[in-house]
Design a binder for this molecule. Structure first.
Ligand SMILES: NC(=O)c1ccc[n+]([C@@H]2O[C@H](COP(=O)([O-])OP(=O)(O)OC[C@H]3O[C@@H](n4cnc5c(N)ncnc54)[C@H](OP(=O)(O)O)[C@@H]3O)[C@@H](O)[C@H]2O)c1
Length: 256
Protein backbone atom coordinates (compact mmCIF):
# COMPACT_ATOMS: atom_id res chain seq x y z
CA UNK A 1 0.00 0.00 0.00
CA UNK A 2 1.28 3.43 -0.93
CA UNK A 3 0.99 6.49 1.30
CA UNK A 4 1.09 10.27 0.87
CA UNK A 5 2.60 12.32 3.71
CA UNK A 6 0.84 15.66 4.29
CA UNK A 7 2.23 18.15 6.82
CA UNK A 8 -0.06 20.72 8.47
CA UNK A 9 -3.06 18.48 7.81
CA UNK A 10 -5.30 19.69 10.65
CA UNK A 11 -6.49 22.94 9.13
CA UNK A 12 -6.99 25.01 5.98
CA UNK A 13 -5.24 24.02 2.76
CA UNK A 14 -3.53 20.98 4.36
CA UNK A 15 -6.82 19.61 5.64
CA UNK A 16 -8.47 20.07 2.24
CA UNK A 17 -5.48 18.53 0.48
CA UNK A 18 -5.88 15.54 2.80
CA UNK A 19 -9.53 15.25 1.76
CA UNK A 20 -8.72 15.49 -1.97
CA UNK A 21 -5.91 12.90 -1.75
CA UNK A 22 -8.22 10.65 0.29
CA UNK A 23 -11.06 11.00 -2.22
CA UNK A 24 -8.59 9.89 -4.90
CA UNK A 25 -7.82 6.77 -2.85
CA UNK A 26 -4.39 7.70 -1.49
CA UNK A 27 -3.58 6.30 1.94
CA UNK A 28 -2.37 9.09 4.17
CA UNK A 29 0.27 9.92 6.75
CA UNK A 30 -0.90 13.12 8.42
CA UNK A 31 1.41 15.34 10.47
CA UNK A 32 0.79 18.29 12.78
CA UNK A 33 1.27 19.25 16.45
CA UNK A 34 -2.32 18.55 17.50
CA UNK A 35 -2.98 14.88 18.37
CA UNK A 36 -6.71 15.28 19.04
CA UNK A 37 -7.39 16.99 15.72
CA UNK A 38 -5.30 14.39 13.88
CA UNK A 39 -7.28 11.58 15.51
CA UNK A 40 -10.60 13.15 14.52
CA UNK A 41 -9.43 13.64 10.92
CA UNK A 42 -8.06 10.07 10.78
CA UNK A 43 -11.43 8.75 11.92
CA UNK A 44 -13.42 10.90 9.44
CA UNK A 45 -11.29 10.31 6.35
CA UNK A 46 -10.70 6.59 6.83
CA UNK A 47 -14.43 6.03 7.32
CA UNK A 48 -15.61 8.26 4.48
CA UNK A 49 -13.05 7.27 1.83
CA UNK A 50 -12.13 3.71 2.95
CA UNK A 51 -8.41 4.44 3.04
CA UNK A 52 -5.74 3.84 5.68
CA UNK A 53 -4.64 6.89 7.67
CA UNK A 54 -1.58 7.03 9.94
CA UNK A 55 -1.03 10.06 12.16
CA UNK A 56 2.13 11.52 13.67
CA UNK A 57 2.39 14.47 16.03
CA UNK A 58 5.44 16.58 15.36
CA UNK A 59 6.49 20.16 15.89
CA UNK A 60 8.15 20.61 12.52
CA UNK A 61 9.95 23.75 13.67
CA UNK A 62 12.20 21.46 15.79
CA UNK A 63 14.67 19.45 13.77
CA UNK A 64 15.12 16.73 16.43
CA UNK A 65 11.34 16.10 16.20
CA UNK A 66 11.63 15.85 12.39
CA UNK A 67 14.40 13.26 12.82
CA UNK A 68 12.09 11.21 15.07
CA UNK A 69 9.17 11.65 12.68
CA UNK A 70 11.16 10.41 9.69
CA UNK A 71 12.59 7.47 11.66
CA UNK A 72 9.08 6.51 12.77
CA UNK A 73 7.68 6.78 9.25
CA UNK A 74 10.54 4.75 7.77
CA UNK A 75 10.36 2.09 10.51
CA UNK A 76 6.62 1.69 9.92
CA UNK A 77 7.72 0.03 6.64
CA UNK A 78 4.99 1.58 4.53
CA UNK A 79 5.76 2.65 0.98
CA UNK A 80 5.75 6.42 0.58
CA UNK A 81 4.55 7.65 -2.80
CA UNK A 82 4.18 11.41 -2.32
CA UNK A 83 5.24 14.09 0.17
CA UNK A 84 3.22 17.29 0.56
CA UNK A 85 5.17 19.97 2.46
CA UNK A 86 2.26 22.20 3.40
CA UNK A 87 2.74 23.34 7.03
CA UNK A 88 3.64 27.01 7.16
CA UNK A 89 3.12 30.18 9.18
CA UNK A 90 3.43 33.93 8.67
CA UNK A 91 4.01 37.11 10.64
CA UNK A 92 2.76 40.59 9.98
CA UNK A 93 4.09 44.08 10.64
CA UNK A 94 7.31 46.03 10.19
CA UNK A 95 10.31 43.68 10.44
CA UNK A 96 11.85 45.73 13.27
CA UNK A 97 8.71 45.32 15.43
CA UNK A 98 8.01 41.60 14.93
CA UNK A 99 9.44 39.57 17.85
CA UNK A 100 12.59 37.68 16.86
CA UNK A 101 11.14 34.26 17.77
CA UNK A 102 8.15 34.74 15.40
CA UNK A 103 10.31 35.42 12.35
CA UNK A 104 12.86 32.74 13.25
CA UNK A 105 9.98 30.28 13.63
CA UNK A 106 8.94 31.07 10.03
CA UNK A 107 12.43 30.16 8.86
CA UNK A 108 12.44 26.97 10.95
CA UNK A 109 9.06 25.83 9.66
CA UNK A 110 8.64 27.25 6.14
CA UNK A 111 12.27 26.77 5.06
CA UNK A 112 14.17 24.41 7.36
CA UNK A 113 11.52 21.73 7.92
CA UNK A 114 10.51 21.68 4.24
CA UNK A 115 14.16 21.26 3.24
CA UNK A 116 14.71 18.60 5.93
CA UNK A 117 11.69 16.52 4.83
CA UNK A 118 12.74 16.88 1.18
CA UNK A 119 16.32 15.81 2.06
CA UNK A 120 14.96 12.62 3.62
CA UNK A 121 12.36 11.66 1.02
CA UNK A 122 13.73 12.83 -2.35
CA UNK A 123 16.65 10.31 -2.26
CA UNK A 124 14.08 7.60 -1.40
CA UNK A 125 11.99 8.57 -4.48
CA UNK A 126 15.11 8.74 -6.66
CA UNK A 127 16.17 5.25 -5.54
CA UNK A 128 12.73 3.90 -6.46
CA UNK A 129 12.51 6.11 -9.58
CA UNK A 130 8.97 6.89 -8.49
CA UNK A 131 7.21 9.38 -6.23
CA UNK A 132 6.65 13.09 -5.92
CA UNK A 133 6.83 16.21 -3.79
CA UNK A 134 4.28 19.02 -3.68
CA UNK A 135 5.65 22.07 -1.85
CA UNK A 136 3.28 24.81 -0.72
CA UNK A 137 4.62 28.27 -1.46
CA UNK A 138 2.48 31.36 -2.15
CA UNK A 139 2.01 34.22 -4.60
CA UNK A 140 4.17 35.97 -1.95
CA UNK A 141 7.08 34.16 -3.64
CA UNK A 142 6.91 36.47 -6.66
CA UNK A 143 7.92 39.70 -4.93
CA UNK A 144 9.60 41.15 -1.84
CA UNK A 145 6.85 41.76 0.73
CA UNK A 146 7.15 44.82 2.95
CA UNK A 147 5.33 44.20 6.30
CA UNK A 148 5.54 40.42 5.75
CA UNK A 149 9.20 40.47 4.76
CA UNK A 150 10.36 37.17 6.24
CA UNK A 151 7.24 35.31 5.13
CA UNK A 152 7.55 36.52 1.50
CA UNK A 153 11.27 35.66 1.51
CA UNK A 154 10.55 32.17 2.88
CA UNK A 155 8.07 31.49 0.09
CA UNK A 156 10.54 32.76 -2.57
CA UNK A 157 12.96 30.13 -1.19
CA UNK A 158 10.31 27.40 -1.55
CA UNK A 159 9.57 28.40 -5.15
CA UNK A 160 13.25 28.58 -6.09
CA UNK A 161 14.16 25.28 -4.39
CA UNK A 162 11.27 23.43 -6.00
CA UNK A 163 12.00 24.66 -9.52
CA UNK A 164 15.66 23.70 -9.11
CA UNK A 165 14.83 20.19 -7.86
CA UNK A 166 12.36 19.70 -10.67
CA UNK A 167 15.16 20.33 -13.18
CA UNK A 168 17.52 17.98 -11.32
CA UNK A 169 15.12 15.02 -11.52
CA UNK A 170 13.46 15.84 -14.83
CA UNK A 171 14.49 12.53 -16.42
CA UNK A 172 13.00 10.44 -13.60
CA UNK A 173 9.46 9.31 -12.88
CA UNK A 174 9.18 11.84 -10.04
CA UNK A 175 6.66 14.67 -9.82
CA UNK A 176 7.92 17.94 -8.35
CA UNK A 177 5.43 20.81 -8.06
CA UNK A 178 5.06 24.03 -6.15
CA UNK A 179 1.65 25.42 -5.21
CA UNK A 180 1.41 29.23 -5.12
CA UNK A 181 -1.98 30.21 -3.68
CA UNK A 182 -2.97 33.80 -3.06
CA UNK A 183 -4.99 34.84 0.00
CA UNK A 184 -7.07 31.83 1.04
CA UNK A 185 -9.75 31.67 3.72
CA UNK A 186 -8.03 29.63 6.48
CA UNK A 187 -6.66 30.22 10.00
CA UNK A 188 -3.43 31.51 8.46
CA UNK A 189 -4.42 35.19 8.32
CA UNK A 190 -5.56 35.27 11.97
CA UNK A 191 -2.55 33.33 13.23
CA UNK A 192 -0.21 35.70 11.38
CA UNK A 193 -2.25 38.70 12.63
CA UNK A 194 -2.66 39.90 9.04
CA UNK A 195 -4.86 42.97 8.71
CA UNK A 196 -7.03 42.72 5.61
CA UNK A 197 -9.34 45.29 4.07
CA UNK A 198 -12.95 44.13 3.61
CA UNK A 199 -12.58 43.94 -0.18
CA UNK A 200 -9.52 41.70 0.24
CA UNK A 201 -11.39 39.38 2.64
CA UNK A 202 -14.17 38.98 0.06
CA UNK A 203 -11.76 38.07 -2.72
CA UNK A 204 -10.12 35.21 -0.79
CA UNK A 205 -10.33 31.75 -2.37
CA UNK A 206 -11.69 28.86 -0.35
CA UNK A 207 -9.20 26.20 0.63
CA UNK A 208 -11.14 23.30 -0.90
CA UNK A 209 -10.95 24.94 -4.38
CA UNK A 210 -7.23 25.60 -3.87
CA UNK A 211 -6.68 21.98 -2.81
CA UNK A 212 -8.57 20.54 -5.80
CA UNK A 213 -6.60 22.69 -8.27
CA UNK A 214 -3.36 21.75 -6.47
CA UNK A 215 -4.07 18.02 -6.67
CA UNK A 216 -5.01 18.13 -10.36
CA UNK A 217 -1.94 20.18 -11.26
CA UNK A 218 0.36 17.92 -9.23
CA UNK A 219 -0.96 14.69 -10.75
CA UNK A 220 -0.68 16.22 -14.25
CA UNK A 221 2.97 17.09 -13.49
CA UNK A 222 2.73 20.90 -13.58
CA UNK A 223 5.75 22.68 -12.09
CA UNK A 224 4.11 25.87 -10.75
CA UNK A 225 0.45 25.68 -9.78
CA UNK A 226 -1.27 29.05 -9.30
CA UNK A 227 -4.94 28.69 -8.36
CA UNK A 228 -7.42 31.33 -9.56
CA UNK A 229 -7.43 34.06 -12.20
CA UNK A 230 -6.49 36.93 -9.84
CA UNK A 231 -3.43 35.08 -8.59
CA UNK A 232 -2.31 34.17 -12.14
CA UNK A 233 -2.76 37.84 -13.09
CA UNK A 234 -0.63 38.92 -10.09
CA UNK A 235 2.07 36.39 -10.98
CA UNK A 236 2.14 37.65 -14.57
CA UNK A 237 2.39 41.32 -13.53
CA UNK A 238 5.11 40.62 -11.01
CA UNK A 239 7.23 39.42 -13.94
CA UNK A 240 6.72 42.47 -16.14
CA UNK A 241 6.43 45.38 -13.66
CA UNK A 242 9.62 47.22 -12.69
CA UNK A 243 10.69 45.73 -9.32
CA UNK A 244 10.68 49.11 -7.53
CA UNK A 245 7.05 49.70 -8.55
CA UNK A 246 6.05 46.15 -7.63
CA UNK A 247 7.51 46.57 -4.11
CA UNK A 248 5.61 49.86 -3.69
CA UNK A 249 2.34 48.19 -4.73
CA UNK A 250 2.83 45.24 -2.36
CA UNK A 251 3.78 47.67 0.40
CA UNK A 252 0.51 49.57 -0.13
CA UNK A 253 -1.54 46.36 -0.20
CA UNK A 254 0.12 44.97 2.97
CA UNK A 255 0.59 48.42 4.59
CA UNK A 256 -0.17 48.81 8.28
N1 LIG B 1 -4.11 31.04 3.77
C1 LIG B 1 -3.44 31.79 2.90
O1 LIG B 1 -3.82 32.94 2.58
C2 LIG B 1 -2.21 31.22 2.21
C3 LIG B 1 -1.79 31.81 1.00
C4 LIG B 1 -0.67 31.32 0.38
C5 LIG B 1 0.01 30.25 0.92
N2 LIG B 1 -0.40 29.70 2.09
C6 LIG B 1 0.39 28.59 2.65
O2 LIG B 1 -0.44 27.45 2.78
C7 LIG B 1 0.09 26.59 3.79
C8 LIG B 1 -1.04 26.16 4.70
O3 LIG B 1 -1.54 27.30 5.36
P1 LIG B 1 -3.08 27.48 5.73
O4 LIG B 1 -3.52 28.74 5.11
O5 LIG B 1 -3.84 26.24 5.47
O6 LIG B 1 -2.91 27.79 7.29
P2 LIG B 1 -3.59 27.15 8.58
O7 LIG B 1 -5.04 26.97 8.40
O8 LIG B 1 -3.11 28.04 9.71
O9 LIG B 1 -2.89 25.72 8.72
C9 LIG B 1 -1.55 25.57 9.09
C10 LIG B 1 -1.27 24.09 9.36
O10 LIG B 1 0.13 23.97 9.69
C11 LIG B 1 0.25 23.25 10.91
N3 LIG B 1 1.41 23.75 11.67
C12 LIG B 1 1.66 25.03 12.04
N4 LIG B 1 2.82 25.09 12.72
C13 LIG B 1 3.29 23.81 12.77
C14 LIG B 1 4.44 23.21 13.35
N5 LIG B 1 5.37 23.94 14.03
N6 LIG B 1 4.62 21.88 13.23
C15 LIG B 1 3.70 21.12 12.58
N7 LIG B 1 2.60 21.63 12.00
C16 LIG B 1 2.40 22.96 12.11
C17 LIG B 1 -1.05 23.50 11.68
O11 LIG B 1 -1.34 22.38 12.52
P3 LIG B 1 -1.24 22.34 14.12
O12 LIG B 1 -1.59 23.70 14.64
O13 LIG B 1 -2.23 21.26 14.45
O14 LIG B 1 0.17 21.94 14.40
C18 LIG B 1 -2.06 23.52 10.53
O15 LIG B 1 -2.46 22.21 10.22
C19 LIG B 1 1.21 27.39 4.48
O16 LIG B 1 2.46 26.96 3.99
C20 LIG B 1 0.93 28.82 4.05
O17 LIG B 1 2.10 29.61 4.03
C21 LIG B 1 -1.51 30.15 2.75
Amino acid sequence: MKYTIITGATSGIGYDLSKVFASNKHNLILVSRNKEKLETIKHTLSKEYLIDVLIFTCDLSRSEEINNLCENIISSKVQIEYLVNNAGVGSFGPFYKIPENEDLNIIDLNIRSLTHMTKVFLPYFVEKNHGGILNVSSTAAFSPGPYMAVYYSSKAYVLSLTEALREEVKNKDIKISVLCPGPTDTNFQNNAKVKKADFAKKSMMDSSTVATIAYDGFIKGKTIIIPGFNNKFLAFFSKILPRKLLIKIISKVNGV
